[in-house]
Design a protein around this ligand. Structure first.
Ligand code: 5GP
Length: 183
C-alpha cells in the first residue's frame, strides 16, 4: 500500500519508501563494519519491527541469525500504557552472543529499557540497539541507541511496520496519522 491509496488518513508523509530504503542500507553498512567476525543475532521486536528486520537483514553483507520477541506496549490507542509484558520470548540462548535489538520506534524508551535489562541478565557477549525511528523524549532520556534511522517529531506515525489499531503496517512510506482517524 502506498500513501496515495490512503492520503486522506495522513496529514503528511515524513519519509518516502525510497528514503527509508536508502537509510536502512546505510545503517546496514555500519553494522557490517561493526560486527565483522562477530556472532550477530538480530532480535526483532514484534510486530512493528518486521519490515525493519526484513530490510536491514537483507541489506547486510555479513551472516546474522534472527529471533523475535513480543512485548505489550500501546494496545490499540496512541498513548503509552506503561505496562510491559513479555508475550513471546526468544527461542535462542543468547549467552555469549552479540545481540542487536531491532526496534521500529522508540518513544519514551520504557519498553526498551525493560527489554534490555531483561536481555542483559542472560549474559550476552554484547547488546546494542537499532531503531528505525526515534522520538524526542527518547533522545532527551539518552536511551543508548547505537543505530538510529531517523529522529522524528513527537507525532503519532504509521507505516513501515507501525500500526494504528492493527492497520497501516503495510504502508510503504511513513506518515503522520490525521487526528480524525483516531479521535
Ligand atoms: P515506548 O515504550 O518507547 O514509549 O514505546 C515504544 C512502542 O510504542 C513502539 O514499539 C510502538 O509499538 C509504540 N509507538 C510509539 N510511538 C508510536 C507511533 O508514533 N506510532 C506507532 N504506530 N506506534 C508507536
Amino acid at each position: 500500500m502506498d500513501d496515495t491509496q490512503i492520503s486522506g488518513d495522513l496529514t503528511h508523509v515524513l519519509f518516502t519508501k525510497e528514503e527509508v530504503a536508502e537509510r536502512m542500507t546505510a545503517l546496514a553498512a555500519e553494522i557490517d563494519r561493526d560486527y565483522a567476525d562477530k556472532d550477530l543475532l538480530l532480535v526483532g521486536v514484534l510486530n512493528g519491527a518486521v519490515m525493519v528486520m526484513a530490510d536491514l537483514s537483507r541489506a547486510l553483507k555479513i551472516h546474522c541469525r534472527m529471533d523475535w520477541m513480543a512485548v505489550s506496549s500501546y494496545g490499540s490507542g496512541t498513548q503509552s500504557s506503561g505496562v510491559v509484558r513479555i508475550l513471546k520470548d526468544l527461542s535462542t540462548d543468547i549467552t555469549g552472543v552479540d545481540v542487536l535489538v531491532v526496534e521500529d520506534i522508540i518513544d519514551t524508551g520504557l519498553t526498551l529499557s525493560y527489554l534490555i535489562s531483561n536481555l542483559r541478565s542472560r549474559s550476552p557477549a554484547s547488546i546494542k540497539i537499532m531503531t528505525a525511528f526515534r522520538k524526542p523524549e527518547a533522545a532527551r532520556n539518552a536511551v543508548d541507541v547505537a543505530y538510529v534511522g531517523f529522529d522524528i517529531p513527537n507525532e503519532f506515525v504509521v507505516g513501515y511496520g507501525l500500526d494504528y489499531d492493527g492497520h497501516y503496517r503495510n504502508l510503504t512510506s511513513v506518515g503522520t496519522l490525521a487526528k480524525h482517524v483516531y479521535s
